[in-house]
Design a protein around this ligand. Sequence first.
Ligand code: DGP
Length: 112
Amino acid sequence: MAETIFSKIIKKEIPADILYEDDEALAFRDINAQAPVHFLVIPKKPIPKLSDAEPEDQSLLGHLLLVANTVAKQEGLTDFRLNVNNGAGASQTVFHLHVHVLGGRPFSWPPG
Ligand code: DGP
């Protein structure tokens, strides 16, 4: 997989406001926040997008959701929204799988 800006954040080659880190995952604030709280949860494994995930990634994908929950609590959120953009047509711009976690304001449904 091609190197992305998120690989550089994992390797600490560029700075990020890191909220959580373990052997498998990293969470950091989104540079272009769309809500008072907006962070990304990414696997350290370089999966370009959700549709590239394999059955062997099952526990890793579950781990990302648990990290999202842990960090949302850490940020004082009770209500929050998770979003995964899969592919350019769904507004994915960085091709390293990431879960957006947004909170601190109301969200409408359906999304745009
Ligand atoms: P997406 O459109 O789903 O691919 O979202 C990519 C997000 O990544 C977007 O909301 C902005 C964020 N982002 C891009 N470059 C950087 C960066 O260098 N640092 C941080 N913290 N976030 C970034």
